[in-house]
Design a protein around this ligand. Sequence first.
Ligand code: HEC
Ligand code: HEC
Length: 427
Amino acid sequence: MSDFVNGFWSVYVQGLTALSILFCAYILWANMTKKQPGPVETHGNVWDENLAEYNNPLPSWWMWLFWITLGFAVVYLAVYPGFGSNAGMFQWSSAESAPGKKDGQYYKEMQAADLKYGPIFDKYAKMDLAAVAANPEAKAMGERLFLTYCAQCHGSAAQGAKGFPNLTDSDWLYGGEPDVIKTTISGGRNGVMPPFGHLGADTIKDVVNHVRSLSGLANDSARAQRGKEVFAQNCAACHGPEAKGTPALGAPNLTDKVWLYGSSEATITETVTGGRTNRMPAFQEFLGDAKVHLLAAYVYGLGGGQKAAAAQPQPAPAAPAASGTPVAKVYFDTGKAELPADGLATLQSIVDFAKANSAAKIAVSGFHDPTGSQAVNEELAKNRAKAIREALKAAGVAEDRIEMRKPQATTGTGDNREARRVEVSVI
Ligand code: HEC
Ligand code: HEC
């Protein structure tokens, strides 16, 4: 029992417990007087001139309740933990019977649940998100997870509240494609709208009127006109030149009718003056990939999900030739640096070429998509490149012929899937 720093405290608690039980028993025993024949004495206290207290023994049903309670305590302490560090005859424990020994009821139940549900989760984890979203069993599981982990912020119907986005509409801060939703849930998001108080109240009023004009709300047109310039200088970098938003930053579209904080002049002024910081927590570590996958499918299936950018046909690896430089691209899953199942096949032409041309070297460059934190992404791109290096080595290419090349910009071009690639070329 980890609660006791040393044996002394266990003995101390045992002593106190035993003494208390014995003391209670003594008190009970000492009060087990029989009712004597003849007139009953009083305690001698008199209230209100004629109200006195008889010195009768306790009613026996009451007395027995006390004895039963004491008996229960003794039996309980003998079979369950509670008597100092004594584990009890049943050897039961809630979590750990000894530090690090995960044999208690909690772990047993978790294991049983993993055995029972693991295969179901795994089945869905391997399926495409859109297919999971269409499966009623998966949807019911997703809903239960959502109610447990997400409803407190997004609402039980996922319709959001001020500051918490509605997940059922087709308006997205970060994007509604299945893999983007999954990235949001696994890695979390930080929406940061910087404060612009330094512009001064008058200029802010101009830009707020401009923002309201964008979605057809009542505005002062002279101010809106001036605000346009202010917007171009201060806001367009994030919200876009046409204010249609930038999903990579989570900067919302300001031209539609959907508002995260509110569209009144007062609220927009508050947003622009003080800025906003908003955090969607990351769930990957806490829930694991399989549950995040189900949740992403559930959110995708709520109605606002957007089609994944049409999957690009895998570019046929260039045929190895003595001249020319074959290039292969290996595409990785969101947030993953493990070699995808088709990775080796894609690399084959490069490997063949390297074997046929002993002078050729191979350059490996990793990329990532634009979602999520840059620092994490760069690490990811590097690890993807490393995974390819290991695969090439395993396929028989000597390490000194592989050159790791960090690209100037590690954010890959193209759509998100295209961006998550490692380029392998012969030099
Ligand atoms: C502590 C509150 C909180 C919890 C819990 C939470 N979220 Fe969020 N979520 C947010 C906030 C706040 C944002 C908006 C972040 C921003 O403004 O940048 C957000 C954004 C999102 C988005 C992006 C929406 C868009 O428009 O792009 C998705 C998807 C999402 N959450 C799903 C979930 C799921 C699924 C869960 C449960 C696993 C969950 N959230 C739990 C607070 C929460
Ligand atoms: C650094 C990038 C950045 C700049 C610059 C920026 N914004 Fe934002 N803005 C954001 C982000 C991100 C959000 C979403 C905040 C959140 O998720 O809570 C946001 C939110 C808002 C909202 C709230 C929208 C809603 O739905 O409630 C308004 C209004 C807004 N910005 C106006 C402006 C104006 C006006 C400017 C220029 C004065 C500006 N922003 C400059 C990034 C930016």
